[in-house]
Ligand binder design. Structure first.
Ligand code: PMT
Length: 424
């Protein structure tokens, strides 16, 4: 769920291309997120998908005609003006070359373009067209003009096009558009201007070219945190080991495999990080020697010698004094099977964290791989708070509210940047 969209008014403009059918899924996603979706279709879009399809999905009228009046709060209003003034976000998906050109020229010769011209808020376009049309200097120029005005774009992607050819011009997938829409609408939120780095997933330590030591982390918890930070306006980086879930859109993704790589990726970005959250399950040990060829079966016992990997959060914690308490907030997770509270508090202190989130990974509905989590929060002042079972998205949103309470826009000033953070 994306609470950022709940109650928001979204205009979903649909211009004429075969990709119009994908916007049915998009309209459905927004509607399920409790947004009010007003669909405007061009006449050619209505040849690809019938307006009644969108009407059924959104449970709202679909507009195609400039000369329509709308009943709103008992008053008769001019359709395009009423829609444009009420909307929180304007999306056009698919946006054809022609529609993009009309927007860039400020034309207003149909309901979609006239509403766009009357609208002042955030706008997101998902172009879809044949490759030569997309790369044509006229289209590139129009896209740049719109970008300069602050319009956001997603895609187009490479892939099979309506012509049967393969190239750049395919509309972004509905889920990607949905995710980027959350980011666009979240701009200016309480974490706007803050840089949040989250680690996610289980690191993989190679034994040989085909085997590794790993753990059960899927990255669900970390991905949920990244979405929650993004939706509150934070500039979000997700440093992730291989994920078993779709990575969130609208965040900077930094893929890694091993604990060493994750350490390097975090340390490199540390001077530009205000909030660090370690949700990754990082290997504490790795094979001392990773074989460069696949190990063969043998009747003899195989012994793998292990060596310690760097502890990312501990290193950050140790350096916080010399980096003028930068990041300003460091939050860890504790995945425990026994002596839960004692172990969590021990990690909070040893790693010099501000907050640790304990999850009991032996509970079937909590911890690794499941969609829910039951967590207890421990703070430096000795306070503790047990939360009920929630979805990982809800846990992530509640943790982000903690971040807002500590560092939200009214409460923070960016500290002086440390000049650099040394390698160990
Ligand atoms: O990914 P999911 O399937 O959704 O599962 C979520 C989760 C169970 C992995 C997540 O909720 C969680 O608990 N993550 C932390 C798991 C863990 O490794 O905990 P730990 O107790 O071993 O480590 C304590 C903290 O130190 C963690 O924030 C960890 O990221 C960090 N750490 C650990 C070792 C290391 N070498 N470097 C670290 O930074």
């Amino acid at each position: 769920m994306a609470p950022i969209l709940s109650g928001k008014r979204i205009i979903l403009g649909i211009s004429g291309g075969i990709a119009a059918y994908k916007s049915v899924t998009l309209a459905s996603r927004f509607t399920q997120a409790n947004a009010l979706v007003d669909v405007i279709m061009t006449h050619s879009a209505a040849k690809f998908v019938a307006p009644v399809t969108f009407q059924s999905i959104t449970q709202r009228s679909v507009a195609t005609d400039t000369f329509e009046f709308w009943h709103d709060a008992g008053r008769l209003r001019i359709g395009h003006v009423a829609l444009a003034h009420a909307a929180d976000l304007f999306i056009i998906a698919p946006a054809t070359a022609h529609t993009i050109a009309r927007l860039a020229l400020g034309l207003s010769d149909d309901l979609l373009s006239i509403t766009a011209l009357s609208y002042k808020g955030p706008m997101l376009l998902a172009p879809a067209m044949e490759t030569n049309m997309w790369t044509h200097p006229a289209t590139m120029h129009n896209v740049q003009t719109l970008r300069d005005w602050g319009v956001d774009f997603i895609g187009p992607a490479e892939g099979r096009l309506a012509s049967g050819e393969v190239g750049e011009g395919r509309v972004a997938e509905p889920e990607e558009i949905f995710e980027v829409a959350c980011k666009v609408i979240g701009r200016g939120g309480p974490l706007d201007g803050l840089r949040v780095l989250i680690t996610a997933g289980g690191t993989r330590e190679p034994i040989d070219p085909v085997r590794f030591m790993g753990n059960h982390s899927t990255g669900k918890m970390g991905a949920a945190l990244a979405r929650a930070a993004r939706d509150l306006g934070a500039e979000t980086v997700l440093v992730h080991a291989p994920l078993a879930v779709h990575p969130p859109g609208g965040v900077t993704l930094v893929p890694v495999h091993t604990a060493h790589q994750m350490y390097g990726a975090v340390m490199e970005r540390l001077p530009k990080t205000d909030v660090l959250i370690g949700a990754a399950a990082v290997a504490d040990y790795r094979p001392t020697d990773s074989a460069d060829r696949k190990l063969k079966k043998s009747p003899k016992q195989q012994i793998i010698t292990l060596e310690r990997t760097p502890d990312i959060l501990q290193t950050v914690g140790e350096r916080r004094e010399e980096t003028r308490r930068h990041p300003r907030l460091v939050i860890g997770f504790a995945a425990e099977t026994n002596d839960l509270e004692a172990n969590a508090v021990d990690k909070l202190t040893k790693k010099n964290l501000d907050l640790i989130v304990l999850n009991d990974v032996t509970a079937p509905d909590s911890g690794f791989a499941v969609d829910t989590n039951r967590v207890t929060l421990f703070e430096r002042d000795g306070s503790r708070e047990a939360w009920p079972l929630m979805s990982k998205d809800e846990v992530a949103q509640a943790i982000m509210q903690r971040v807002v309470a500590r560092l939200g826009r009214r409460n923070w000033k960016r500290p002086r940047q440390p000049s650099q953070v040394d390698e160990p």
